[in-house]
Design a protein around this ligand. Structure first.
Ligand SMILES: [Cu+2]
Length: 170
């Protein structure tokens, strides 16, 4: 008798599973709506695409970047080296005009816990990537709303003297 109950229970469960499966099969019709969203994709591509490379030689391959005011900028930082993030980490940090870069970098170099941006200086940052190691790539999106010249740097300890440049928004 117990066995029979069990068998029924199993049967009931499998029927439930089956009906669940059927429901799922029904919902698979909805993803056909995605092509309707596709026209939005070209819009995502608009804006400015910038790629900056930095390797184990502790250098950005660009010291000056020009961007248009009010347009979305997608900046990709590529670490073209092989060294580990702990030894040769790189990031790309864009500062608000008027920020004391040396003071900022000094605080940042001691802020490993917050990915090399001192929490107290967060309001001095316009945009920044995370810190990456050899072979890694990271991207940040931002829009400059005020024309001007902005400093960028890598805040990994002892890198900013070698790794800095200007972003000109016009
Ligand atoms: Cu660096």
């Amino acid at each position: 008798m117990k066995k029979l109950n069990l068998a029924l229970a199993v049967l009931a469960t499998s029927t439930m599973l089956f009906s669940c499966g059927e429901k799922k099969a029904d919902t698979t019709t909805t993803p056909t709506e995605t092509p309707a969203e596709a026209p939005a994709a070209p819009e995502e591509v608009t804006g400015v695409q910038i790629t900056i490379n930095a390797g184990d030689d502790m250098k950005f391959d660009q010291s000056e970047i020009k961007v248009p005011v009010g347009e979305k900028v997608t900046l990709t930082l590529k670490h073209t080296g092989k060294m580990d993030k702990a030894v040769m980490g790189h990031n790309w940090v864009l500062l608000k005009p008027g920020t004391d870069m040396t003071a900022f970098a000094t605080d940042a170099s001691q802020a490993a816990d917050t990915d090399y941006i001192a929490a107290k200086d967060a309001d001095k940052v316009v945009a920044h990537t995370k810190t990456i190691g050899g072979g890694e790539t990271t991207t940040v999106e931002f829009t400059i709303t005020e024309a001007g010249t902005y400093d960028f740097l890598c805040t990994f300890p002892a890198h900013f003297a070698m790794m800095q440049g200007k972003l000109i928004a016009e």
